[in-house]
Design a protein around this ligand. Structure first.
Ligand code: ADP
Ligand code: MG
Length: 395
């Protein structure tokens, strides 16, 4: 689907001060960034801008400091990692659009990089406060949003500031929106959607939309159990939120009345408890006995899902098939991940834990698009407009 927002490539950036919202919300261990995927994902835009002679002023949130300065959530470790990746010095301002930001932004040379402190050190960030948006805008001549992972939030640095400056899409954000919207807009058929994870309520919007669009929806993970409960199966101690049962009933009703096949597992792998060294049992059906919990889809289901994925024209996968963090229950997720990686169709994977599973099995390179946005990718897949995208200049 053509992306209808102005791209950073359309902007005149040489010698200009460019404020770039990135998603550097990375996991930290003390002063170390333990996973730099999001920093790497922002490199194309950052390097495009420095290469074009822009003065690059980056901003991002990290964690939830809730309007307070929390030194453990400083972006300084992210700046060091970015400096290693770009081979350029990356200055850090001690505030978010305050005096130090202004002073350091004034000293930037073309091609130079400055990173502001954690935007959520300011309460005005999540309130989308016009004062904070104005201070951020005052640092720059134009604005680029490349923080796809935060684009579903209407915050000062994602939405407010875009109203104050000419606002463009970054290269990552642009690709995320193009790839994720193409799954629903113009899929090669059959379109197979694989949904797992822990809660139906997180993904009910995606289920509803794709019941209208997809050819098959394959359900795995703890998400199965509200469906099984709704069908009258026993679920033992399996994870199941009562609120999810009516949502599952509703989806089953819609599926029965529509053209999309809603597929549930036919076998399960059980454990006594959520632990890697618990007693395990293969269940050749879906009635979980008392004292057991379903922690993975079984091998028969995994093989069936894999063959459906193999014959798909388009595959969208969000949510692991089981408690893949625990080795005895990683089999279903591994089989599905390998099938997605090997599929001939166009493959898109979203969701923090699903992406972590791909990383664990070393398969990220074999998927056509791995989304960096959890909540943002779900909202886009639900068909919602993201405030951080909506606020950008039309093409
Ligand atoms: P994603 O981040 O990919 O959207 P979710 O956050 O929805 O995925 O779900 C991932 C979590 O679901 C994982 O922590 C996994 O352990 C858990 N999970 C999956 N299947 C089960 C299950 N059968 N029982 C308990 N937890 C499960
Ligand atoms: Mg998750």
């Amino acid at each position: 689907m053509p992306f209808d927002k102005a791209s950073v490539r359309d902007a005149e950036v040489d010698g200009k001060r460019v404020l770039v919202r990135v998603d550097f919300n990375v996991p930290l261990d003390g002063q170390e960034v333990t996973d730099d995927t999001r920093i790497r994902a922002a490199l194309p835009t950052i390097e495009y801008l420095t290469g074009a002679g822009a003065k690059v002023i980056l901003c991002s949130h990290l964690g939830r400091p809730k309007g307070q300065v929390v030194p453990e959530l400083s972006l300084a470790p992210a700046a060091r990692r970015l400096s290693e990746l770009t081979g350029k010095p990356v200055e850090v301002a001690s505030d978010v659009g305050g005096e130090d930001s202004r002073a350091k932004a004034d000293q930037l040379e073309p091609g130079g990089i400055l990173l502001l402190e954690n935007t959520r050190y300011e309460a005005g960030e999540t309130d989308n406060d016009p004062d904070l948006a104005g201070r951020l805008a005052g640092l720059a001549d134009l604005y680029v949003n490349d923080a796809f992972g935060a684009a579903h939030r209407a915050h000062a640095s994602t939405a407010g500031v875009a109203g104050e400056l000419p606002a463009y899409a970054g290269l990552l954000l642009e690709k995320e929106v193009e790839n994720l919207t193409s799954v629903a807009a113009e899929p090669e058929r059959p379109l197979v959607v694989v949904l797992g994870g822990s809660k139906v309520s997180d993904k009910v919007g995606v289920i509803d939309r794709f019941l209208e669009i997809a050819d098959q929806i394959l359900i795995g993970g703890a998400m199965c159990f509200p469906f099984f409960k709704a069908q009258g199966h026993s679920i033992g101690n399996s994870l199941c939120q009562d609120d999810d049962i009516p949502l599952a009933e509703d989806a089953l009703r819609k599926a029965a009345a529509g053209n999309c096949e809603l597929v549930l597992p036919t076998d399960l792998t059980l454990g006594r408890e959520f632990s890697a060294d618990t007693e395990t049992e293969a269940l050749p059906g879906t009635d979980v006995p008392d004292g057991w919990m379903g922690l993975d889809i079984g091998p028969e289901s995994a093989t069936d899902y894999a063959s459906r994925i193999a014959s798909a024209g388009t595959v969208l996968w969000n949510g692991p098939m089981g408690a893949f963090e625990l080795d005895p229950f990683a089999g279903g997720t591994r089989t599905v991940a390998e099938a997605v990686a090997a599929a001939d169709g166009f493959t898109v994977v979203g969701g923090g834990d699903s992406v972590a599973a791909l990383v664990k099995f070393n398969l990220t390179e074999d998927v056509d698009w791995v989304s960096t946005g959890g909540g943002a990718s779900l909202e886009l897949l639900e068909g919602k407009t993201l405030p951080g995208v909506d606020a950008l200049k039309d093409r």
